[in-house]
Design a protein. Structure first.
Length: 129
């Protein structure tokens, strides 16, 4: 399992839409389902949102990907600096880059059996105001 393609889909005045893809391979003859309730988004080290995705049905014996989407309130995004809101905003304006991390657990369930997959992807993203 890996997470890739982390990018900003849209940057509006009130909300930023962030997307990543979680890639899997299921070698088993049975499918199951995956939930993403425990995955959080951090920008410059500060928690800003939670990832959401519909419950996903896992196909048997197949490779697949799950889109991970987060709607981040713009004020959280711009104020996402441990050294204070103004520092985070100024740094983002000067460099046009932010450090984004998606971290948490995906839960795979099949026939009542649960397995968790740790997600921990960090990437520097260019932003355009």
């Amino acid at each position: 399992m890996k997470v890739d393609n982390l990018k900003i889909l849209s940057f509006e005045s009130d909300t930023i839409k962030l997307k990543a893809d979680a890639f899997f391979e299921n070698p088993n003859d049975v499918g199951g389902k995956i939930t993403t309730e425990d995955i959080k988004v951090f920008v410059n080290g500060a928690e800003v949102a939670q990832v959401f995705s519909d419950e996903f049905k896992v196909p048997a014996r197949n490779e697949f990907s799950i889109p991970l989407i987060a709607h981040i309130p713009t004020k959280n995004f711009l104020n996402s600096n441990k050294n204070g809101a103004l520092g985070g905003l100024l740094n983002s304006l000067i460099t046009n880059k932010v450090n984004v991390q998606i971290k948490g657990n995906l839960e795979y369930v099949v026939f009542g059996f649960k397995r968790e997959f740790l997600i921990d992807k960090t990437q520097e993203i260019k932003i355009k105001f």
